[in-house]
Design a protein around this ligand. Structure first.
Ligand code: FES
Length: 206
């Protein structure tokens, strides 16, 4: 149930504005790509919006870019080895570490692991940056340890500025926060080692 505080969410935060860079200063570039391949999109997929293609060739380890897909921001985070270790560190504090309760879209089966990524590029996280509480866009808080609005044992992750929900570096929500579920992981695939297509995979369009 909503309470009054929740209803006072700053509307501007809920517009799902696209950040152009976070943490590493990398700008997000997304291109709507024509529908290619042997899969004909369903009517539902066609109505929802085309897949988008992102060039990650300049995405350095530890950096994140944001692209727009179906009117929502989608993060692409290139996690370092340390960040991958931080994901493991976060496990005990998470509400749904195994992502058993998807939010607004089914979890792709190839991301059903704690890194929530494809095994051939497991350091790359692709997640919909829409808080599962009331839709604000969380902010990157990659630095570990004590800092404002976060616990002293903070392992690195994301903080939602609206009501304080926190997510780990795989987009999994921490326990006892207003947000009930993990961030969505869209279907995606690598068209090449440096090109990601969001909204489409080997099985077709999302
Ligand atoms: S919108 Fe409420 S915690 Fe994110």
């Amino acid at each position: 149930m909503r309470d009054k505080d929740n209803d006072r969410v700053d509307g501007s935060r809920r517009t799902w504005l696209i950040a152009t860079s976070v943490a590493g200063g990398i700008g997000g570039v997304a291109t709507v790509v024509p529908l290619v391949g042997s899969f004909a999109p369903s009517e539902k997929a066609r109505a929802a919006g085309a897949p988008v293609e992102a060039d990650i060739s300049a995405l350095a380890p530890g950096s994140m870019m944001t692209v727009a897909w179906r009117g929502k921001p989608v993060w692409i985070l290139n996690r370092t080895d340390r960040m991958m270790a931080d994901v493991k560190k976060a496990d005990p504090g998470l509400a749904d570490p195994n992502s058993e309760h998807p939010f607004s879209m089914p979890m792709p089966e190839y991301c059903q692991n704690e890194y929530r990524s494809r095994t051939e590029h497991k350091n790359i996280l692709v997640a919909v940056a829409v808080c599962t509480h009331l839709g604000c866009t969380p902010t990157a808080r990659f630095q570990e340890g004590p800092q404002p609005n976060l616990p002293d044992d903070w392992p690195g992750g994301f903080l939602c500025p609206c009501h304080g929900s926190t997510y780990d570096l795989s987009g999994r929500v921490f326990k006892n926060k207003p947000a009930p579920q993990n961030l969505d992981i869209p279907r995606y695939m690598f068209a090449s080692a440096t090109t990601i297509v969001i909204g489409k995979d080997e099985k077709g369009e999302a």
